[in-house]
Write a protein that binds this ligand. Structure first.
Ligand code: FPP
Length: 257
């Protein structure tokens, strides 16, 4: 089901009247597929670059909302492995935008207590940008309020293959026994290894697919598809997503208590 903003009004009514609504723990980890920059730009007859720029503004609103609501982990899908198929011009625009954010906007997030972690293959953006990303990670590594995983040149299947390779290599070196590999060990070998699995995966723009995002980690995530283009995503949308989540009943395969 794809939700639009009027559905959220109904859901907030439900959550304020349902006695079970408060039984759900608030989400620790929210993950977002930020989709719709291109459609937002095309609908206005403006260059795609402007859609991405406004997408960057929405990204900041999303981080602010996560901080405000005490979310501990936020994972944002900024560039997929498949996005390398886009034109050189669009890739360059996105790369410049990322560099602009790192150089001019990132200090504010650092001051707010945001720890940046990059997942994916940032090396593919070139040595200079990759070094800046690694510096930002290093600078913020002791921040405690919110861990922001930025997925750049990310693909979940590639991440899973990478984890499998790491584990095999440890077994070959004698650092790990084959019989000790279990789901927890495998989770820890993923790039999000030290974070809990996402409680919620949100996708904007009305599309309802995971598109190779956090495939292992999403096993029990609540999926929320919003009929809002990413550049229009607001702090109120974030709050509404949390409200929707809070009135769902997660059973992890068991029976209700
Ligand atoms: C999807 O919209 C969005 C992206 C491919 C890029 C996400 C980028 C941002 C949110 C801007 C901030 C960027 C960085 C790197 C900090 P789309 O272009 O696929 O939209 P469409 O499906 O409507 O064409």
């Amino acid at each position: 089901m794809i939700l639009n903003r009027s559905d959220f009004r109904t859901l907030s009514d439900i959550s304020s009247t349902s006695p079970e609504a408060s039984s759900q723990q608030p989400p620790r980890h929210v993950a977002v597929i930020m989709d719709g920059n291109g459609r937002w730009a095309r609908a206005r007859g403006v260059p795609i670059a402007q859609g991405h720029y406004e997408g960057g503004e929405a990204l900041q609103r999303c981080v602010s909302a996560a901080l405000e609501h005490g979310v501990e982990y936020l994972t944002l899908y900024a560039f997929s492995l498949e996005n390398w198929r886009r034109s050189g011009e669009e890739i360059e625009e996105l790369t410049s935008l990322l560099q602009f954010y790192l150089r001019h906007r990132f200090d504010a997030l650092d001051r707010e207590g945001v720890r940046l972690r990059i997942i994916g293959e940032p090396e593919r953006f070139g040595e200079e940008l990759c070094a800046e990303l690694r510096q930002a990670e290093e600078k913020t590594r002791n921040n405690k309020r919110l861990t922001l995983f930025l997925a750049l040149s990310y693909g979940a299947r590639a991440e899973i293959v990478g984890a499998a390779r790491d584990l095999v290599s440890k077994v070959q070196q004698g650092a790990l026994r084959l019989e000790d590999i279990n789901e927890d060990v495998f989770s820890s070998a993923l790039q999000t290894g030290d974070a809990p699995d996402p409680d919620i995966i949100v996708r904007t723009s009305g599309e309802s697919r995971l598109s190779n995002f956090l495939l292992w980690q999403s096993a029990y995530a609540e999926l929320i598809f919003l009929d809002v283009l990413w550049p229009d995503f607001s702090e109120a949308d974030f709050a509404a997503v949390l409200k929707d989540y809070m009135q769902r009943h997660r059973r992890f395969g068991g029976r209700p208590a």
